[in-house]
Design a protein around this ligand. Sequence first.
Ligand code: PMP
Length: 305
Amino acid sequence: KLTPTSTVWMDGEFVAWDEAQVHVLTPSLHYGWGVYEGIRAYDTVSGPAVFRLRDHLQRLHDSARVYLMDPGWSVDDLTEACLELLRRTGLESGYLRPIVYLGYGSMGVAPALDSTRVAIAAWPWGSYLGESADQEGCRLMVSSWQRNGIHAVPPLAKATGAYVNSALAKVGAVRAGYDDALMLTSTGHVAEASAANIFAVRDDVLITPPISDNILPGLTRDTVITLARDQGLTVKEQSLTRSELYVADEAFLTGTAAEIVPVASVDDRPLAAGGCGPITKQLRDVFHDVVRGRVPTYQHWLEIA
Ligand code: PMP
């Protein structure tokens, strides 16, 4: 359940949480034409800090570009807005949600694209898949819903409307008793979970699907690739089939909300390592230290509020 904070940034102003409203005829609500980000702030040794803030805001700009929108605020402007929001809400850690959407005033499937509005909210957000999934691993089900493809809804952009695809898969998986859905491409390659990327580990080599397999280019994925290589591990960005996942030693999900979550089973086939495997644990431990500013080499990824 969402925990309100004191204020929300809307088009350059700080407004009270309950007053952060949009009109019911906002075109983005009707057609899903909007782009957003999910960003985490951590309680670090230097106080609250946002992990890879500029990279997330650059992805927001990239997503807006795909959807022909000019956010009207630069990455620098939005960086400062996010940091000021964190200061004003007094959050020590939490989740930030910037969104670029279309303002009220036009209607129709081609709404006016020059009416962009930007808002940023922040609130406390704990474990995304729950404590037991974090500790013992999550149970994944391959969804019969195909992941959005490059010919339909561009997977590279984090667009609001694109998430009906993820939500159909996630809701179906949860109703069937699983923690999350795993989505495939039209050619049967593993793409990603509903809101997280996936890695498999076999014989100490990490494999994660390439951008061309319809994934969102996750920043946690990028972080893990960097950390793993710096630890001397081999990482391959290469297509995966569902059965390659069944026979993996370990697998894990990566995402801003999810962080790093071990995969316990895929379609009821337990992975060999059972629970959290040794490589997953090694990377998760490093990740948890890095995001909390405990590793000087990666300090540049943290923007201190
Ligand atoms: N894939 C999808 C579909 C997502 O929604 C997310 C969460 N933003 C991710 C992957 C992971 O991306 P990131 O690590 O940048 O949060």
